[in-house]
Design a protein around this ligand. Structure first.
Ligand SMILES: [Mg+2]
Length: 413
């Protein structure tokens, strides 16, 4: 079988670029998209070229950024717009192949092996996509072209913005092996630290390292990374039509009596999110969207969802967001018969590892890590003593029927 041709397309400075399309005047001033513009502690999520020139960095606080660049224009994120532009870009990719696998909101892999006769070789298609997306959408992308997904991803990072990098089988060693090992897919913080202790700093050193030693030190991932470094990655690009394994984790309940008022609702929400969080963590996934469905005694049903600034699997965060949605969307005096909370838009921990640091900033990240430890401890107690061993605070002694929840039901909608 011949080699595959795989593209990895990455939108450059995605959030900031979309903002500049929406408000073209932003192109002429240093600007940044940030979490909470009213707070000094808000975090920079993205910045444009002019802000980059003032050394404004992603993940630093607004306060730090403003010190370097006092005239920095701050813009709140517009997640629906980012989703919309993501869809538009992916629709263009799909004109060249069915095998389009999005990886986060602004990156996708394309397997164009079967399309080269129609549209030209890898570089040609990459250049065509760059031109079309620049001209038709107003965004720039950088594209990596290679014989596997891992090197294609390296390629899109290699040169940007608006560039094509080809990493072919004949020349990959010269290009890839001198890169830092942290550039390799799935080398997150903990693996990176471990590799550092082993004095492995480049991908070439990883490729040359003894395989058994890597497995002894890193476990199974050691084998995978050794393969990756040597260009041995056969993982397929999934079709956009293919169903994701699990799309959502939801938990719903009809209560013994209707919930009325904030305290009732809080109790209901806590018991639901407690389980949703535990199930997300058991699967090693986090969600980017939380959906709340409310049904009243007359079966009138509303459903609202919100996209998060950063993915989570924490019951505490899921509960806070759900309560906030309910307080905005529901008259708290009206009775609730049934409540469902669903975590949508699931991503794996590896996929979010980098973004986590990026979106949270140091202090929020530490707080989050503390909560993660706490909830992991709860998970292990539940594992030992059963699901009813611990509930969220205040669940015991209620009269709405929670505490003995029905078995988890998996939703593959
Ligand atoms: Mg990007």
């Amino acid at each position: 079988m011949g080699d595959r041709t795989i593209l990895h397309c990455d939108c450059n400075g995605f959030y900031a670029s979309v903002e500049c399309i929406l408000r073209p005047e932003l192109k002429n001033v240093p600007m940044a998209v940030c979490g909470d513009p009213d707070s000094r502690h808000g975090i920079i999520l993205a910045k444009n070229e002019l802000a980059k020139r003032c050394h404004v960095q992603t993940a630093e606080t607004i306060w730090q950024a403003k010190r370097k660049c006092p005239e920095l224009t701050l813009v709140p994120p517009h997640h629906e717009q980012y989703q919309k532009y993501s869809r538009i870009v992916n629709l263009i990719y799909q004109q060249y192949t069915d095998l389009v696998e999005p990886f986060g909101i602004d990156e996708s892999w394309l397997d164009i092996t079967g399309s080269e006769k129609l549209f030209g070789d890898g570089r040609t298609i990459a250049d065509t996509l760059r031109r079309r997306i620049r001209e038709e959408v107003g965004l720039t992308i950088s594209v990596g072209v290679s014989f596997n997904k891992v090197f294609a991803k390296l390629g899109s990072d290699y040169k940007k913005p608006d560039a094509t990098t080809v990493i072919d089988r004949e020349h990959f060693r010269g290009l890839v092996w001198k890169l830092p090992v942290s550039d390799l897919l799935f080398v997150g913080k903990s693996v990176g630290t471990e590799l550092q202790k082993m004095a492995i700093t480049t991908i070439g050193e990883l490729a040359a390292a003894d395989r058994d030693w890597l497995v002894r030190r890193l476990g199974k991932i050691g084998e995978t990374l050794h393969d990756y470094a040597n260009g041995l990655d056969n993982s397929p690009v999934r079709s956009i039509y293919e169903e994701r394994e699990v799309k959502s984790v939801g938990n719903g309940m009809t209560f013994k009596r209707n919930l009325v008022g904030l305290e009732d609702i809080r109790l209901g929400v806590l018991s639901l999110t407690d389980q949703v969080g535990a199930r997300l963590r058991r699967r090693g996934v986090q969600c980017l969207t939380v959906q709340v469905t409310i049904r009243d005694p007359n079966f009138k049903t509303i459903s609202r969802q919100r996209t998060l600034e950063s993915p989570t699997s924490l019951a505490k965060e899921l509960a806070e967001i759900s309560l906030d949605i309910i307080q905005h969307e529901w008259d708290l005096r009206k009775p609730i018969r049934m409540l469902t909370i669903t975590a949508n838009n699931l991503v794996t921990a590896e996929e979010t590892g980098e973004q986590m640091t990026l979106f949270n900033g140091e202090s929020r990240l530490r707080k989050k890590e503390k909560q993660e430890k706490l909830e992991a401890a709860l998970d292990s107690i539940r594992g030992k003593y059963g699901k009813e061993a611990i509930g969220a605070a205040g669940i015991l002694g209620n009269d709405i029927g929670i505490g003995f929840l029905p078995e988890d039901k998996e939703e593959n909608s």
